[in-house]
Design a protein around this ligand. Structure first.
Ligand code: NAD
Length: 331
């Protein structure tokens, strides 16, 4: 076995059907700021209700990719209500907004995820401005408690379920060869891909949702310690430069990167998918669950190809013609 480094991150995880009903017991703060999208607010209010007058305020101006203006507004609201704790109930964008506040004010986050994005397990923050996306790592933004309740994801529409779960799978696939890959995170990656695939092909019930959320949790934990590489760079560039949808872009690009990276490191993924190679398994799964399989279907055009290849190649250690070939196959 090769030498490795593994840094386990602090944080408490509470997992199980209906666990969100007791989220108030996980909160010690006396002035809690609740974050949710307007659509998620009724759910957030009902889960926060046992906190009574410990709810100091609500923030619902959540936007995808956390624009800096929204981040500043959220920090101001947290400051003005004297918040001492953040309760984020929603997808990656809601958790991301709480992270933006925590980065500035160092408040603890209690996260209740309702998608499979995985941000709640990572110390990574991201914010966007007209000049692009900035990301960074800080333990200040890592949620102190994460409550995973599969029943909250039962209403997630099928298209979003598929792309969000494939986005989670991308964390695990990439986690086995990323710079921080190690035997412990690779074990979690394999288990995560197995659970995500099982949940995706099963009938849509709470058991399938449990498998998906468990897989997403592990995938987020893999991403947090192993980091990312070529796949996330490609998706980052495509999302930023051509405004492609985040999870769907991951879904389309993943089998192509797996093909490109094929080698012994990807064996745990192939094994989890019960396929000769990771790419074969991912392609078969995508077909089976009707996932988008072409960049052309999600807003990318052949006219963008050369520019996109140059943009990606400037950020990775792969020659431009090979990036172009990869993108062309995904197109
Ligand atoms: P999102 O939070 O924007 O949610 C997507 C959509 O799903 C929204 O319209 C939301 O209202 C809806 N939704 C959420 N939960 C629902 C439910 N249970 N039922 C029905 N609809 C529901 O997107 P996301 O895919 O969860 O997260 C993507 C964001 O997270 C991106 O900005 C990405 O960069 C970020 N992210 C960050 C990290 C990190 O480590 N910092 C990791 C993964 C993703």
């Amino acid at each position: 076995m090769r030498a490795f480094r593994y840094e386990s991150l602090p944080g408490r995880v509470v997992f199980g059907v209906d666990s969100a009903l007791t989220v108030a017991e996980e909160i010690s703060g006396q002035r809690v700021l609740v974050l949710a999208t307007p659509r998620g607010l009724p759910l957030a209010r009902s889960l926060a209700e046992p906190l009574g007058d410990r709810v100091a305020g609500e923030f619902t101006s959540v936007r995808e990719h956390v624009p800096v203006a929204v981040a500043s507004q959220a920090v101001e609201v947290a400051r003005s209500v004297g918040a001492d704790c953040l309760l984020a109930i929603g997808g990656g964008s809601t958790v991301g907004t709480a992270k933006a506040i925590a980065l500035e004010l160092r408040l603890p986050i209690v996260a209740v995820p309702t998608t499979y994005a995985g941000s709640e397990m990572t110390p990574v923050w991201g914010m966007t401005s007209p000049s692009g996306k900035r990301t960074g790592r800080s333990l200040d933004v890592l949620p102190a408690v994460v409550v995973y309740d599969p029943s909250l994801t039962v209403g997630l529409p099928r298209t979003l379920t598929v792309t969000s779960a494939m986005n989670a799978m991308a964390h695990s696939v990439e986690g086995v060869y990323a710079a921080g890959a190690n035997p412990i995170s690779s074990l979690m990656a394999e288990e995560s891909v197995r659970a995500l695939a099982k949940g995706l092909v099963a009938a849509d019930d709470v058991e399938a949702r449990t498998s998906l959320l468990y897989g997403a949790y592990l995938a987020g934990a893999v991403f947090a310690v192993a980091g990312s590489g070529l796949h996330h760079k490609i998706c980052h560039v495509l999302g930023g430069a051509y405004d492609l949808p985040h999870a769907a872009t991951h879904t389309v690009v993943l089998p192509h990167v797996a093909e490109f990276m094929d080698g012994p490191a990807l064996a745990p993924i192939a094994s989890a998918l019960n396929a000769p190679t990771a790419a074969d398994g991912l392609r078969a799964l995508a077909r089976r669950v009707d996932a988008p399989t072409s960049l052309a279907d999600i807003g990318f055009t052949p006219a963008n190809l050369s520019e996109a290849a140059a943009l990606v190649a400037a950020q990775v250690d792969v020659p431009e013609p090979r990036v172009r070939a990869l993108l062309a196959s995904a197109l």
